[in-house]
Write a protein that binds this ligand. Sequence first.
Ligand code: GPK
Length: 785
Amino acid sequence: MDNFAAYQATAYSVRDRLIDNWNSTQQYHSSKDPKRVYYLSLEFLIGRTLDNALLNLNVKPNYQKALTDVGFRLEDFIHEEVDAALGNGGLGRLAACFMDSLATLDYPAWGYGIRYTYGIFQQKIVDGYQTEYPDYWLTFGNPWEIERLDVTYEVNFRGYVEKYTDDEGVDRYTWEGGEKVVAVAYDYPIPGFGTKNCINIRLWSSKPKREFDFAQFNEGNYDKSVEEQKAAENITSVLYPNDNHLVGKVLRLKQQFFFVCATLQDVIRRFKKAARPWSEFPEQVAIQLNDTHPTLGIVELQRILVDEENLSWDEAWDIVTKTYSYTNHTVLPEALEKWSVPLIQDLLPRHMMIIFDINLFFLQEVEKKFPNDRDKLRRMSIIQEGNPQYVRMAHLAAIGSHKVNGVAELHSELVRTTIFSDFVEFYGAEKFTNVTNGVTPRRWLHQANPWLSDLITQKLGGTQWLKDLSQLSKIKAYATDAAFQKAWMETKHKNKVRLAEYIKQTLGISVNTEALFDVQCKRLHEYKRQFMNILGVIHRYERLKSLSAAERQKIVPHVVIFSGKAAPGYYIAKLIIKLINNVAEVINQDPEISPYLQLIFIPNYSVSIAEILIPASDISQHISTAGTEASGTSNMKFVLNGGLILGTVDGANIEIGEEVGDENIFFFGTLTPQVEDIRHEQMYRSLTLEPRLEKVVHSIQNNNYGDSIIFEPLLATLRTDYYLLSKDFGPYLDSMDKVDVAFKDRAGWAKKSITAAASMGKFSSDRSIQEYALRIWNAKPVTVE
Ligand code: GPK
């Protein structure tokens, strides 16, 4: 039996246990019929399941022993599992962390999403450039899903709307769909940690309504009958690879409606099992929209209630708004969803009518409250005027929800003061709230970093801290204990060796595990400023070159590590990857400098790579232009694993700083309120670059890192410098020097690392979920017996 067969055998055995817990959970919930929480997300970035399931079910030692008895070792085949990579980045991974917390905290919750045939593309680096390959992740089957051929719904597109008058003389409409497809459920059990509660992510897959059109076939239209079949299957075939950026493709809108339509049918079927009046729907159902992607669910519920259940418009709308709530994940204008009216009209004619009606009634209320303010009506309208008109999905989501939340304090403040300022004035401030993101300590410490997890468990006398992360603070008492510092730093070193082995295997490069590991891994984006980081690396390299051998000895050696994917159509982001790889080529082949500086780009960043990368870092960089990164969540994972942050005063960095204390985080750069002013200023005078930056740019232009002509479009972005690289470059370098000074003091560094990690209690996704449950969903845990 080979490793893959051993993995499969183990996986199918664990799957049986999951299904047992999952069945008893579903049965128990059916009998109690509590309020359910539904988390609707177009992305769930789950990663691997085997190790996580073994740990959450508390059966890992049993399996290890059983496997040893038959001559296998779990460590040898656990990597055979392919990641479930049905997400782009932070937003998708947040959904997966939330599922772990919902299960662990005993909530009767469901995730709903799409079972993409192709997950996020696989990235390979060819000649320094990113190239994309399809992620056909289901080739060898998937032990972690349960195909539910018994759970299917029809989904309509296009067709026409008919008007009639009901018995009370009210105008009513029916939508007769044109194209029909079928949604088939695939269930993904999510076990809680230390509980029987095992919840479900239900992912929909599209199938043709008729397996095969025999009428067409018999007329000799063989091609056409297959065409229809393919078109139906196409809907759930591929995850759109854009992060923080809108690309308005029809197929994407089809995905959005397909998934909310099937989901609502499923939710309503469950609600109808008990004979309750519709008015009780919001007491039984809370639906959270993960960004605006599932916003059509608001319109679809209104349609079902009015057109099919014959409720009055107002009764229906009251139910809808009490049921839904919406999480915003970005204020970047290019990421806010807009769909053209003609497009929606064509695909979903009745929904477009309903959107216009929602907008009409809403604007009438605005007009009542703020009479004669035409400009306010224009700004607040769901419809952006123009040719064509557009539907602003964020407006629709906010108007159709009872709560809107941002994902970190600063971001929520920006939500209130920028994109939704008019809405705060209209609704009052209470509707717009904050729930700071969190991460699950089960996957991101216990599973990814067993050495550190064991050390903490030993010190705290048990694993209770994994269900109550605030208990970590008790570790602070040992921050200056020499023996504990030694044990702590030994775990860090082991993790660095583990990563070094991975780098050796995949890239053939041996990195110095005594060096400071300096990591930036996240989606490539101009606002995240990987460009500033690589320019800083060039500066460091050229400074090292200018030093004597004796002077170099005093410099703290760095291993700089980048990892991350660029959207396939994002040209500038892809050039940044090429620049990183070109610079790596020069630095790593310079034997004089390699002892002091190495540069690694790890291809194909994924959840599984993050699990190796994050525990190995000494410093990680979270250096977005202030006001652009809504929260960030890897920042939390790094500090939880004893790494420190070099970062801007942005997103959740700010709250991490409040918890760990100023001496345990390296902040630099322009503050949010100044960013707009500086941009404005920069527009009116030709920008002179910070001198050290200027030198680096010249060096690139002198072809020191390959033919510079290819980098012209990238360097040109520094002329307007929208993301303030030049403004922040000096403070960035200075703050890096402070990192080096601190790193030289080994005991001082250990103290910082311990204190910071021990201060991370707030950033458990358990805390986030408890806030949602209490302040937004009004949902209570149910202990499965
Ligand atoms: C935000 F708008 C988006 C998006 O399209 N994709 C995505 O991953 C991220 N996000 C934010 O960029 C992060 O700051 C945040 O931590 C994460 O969502 C989860 O809230």
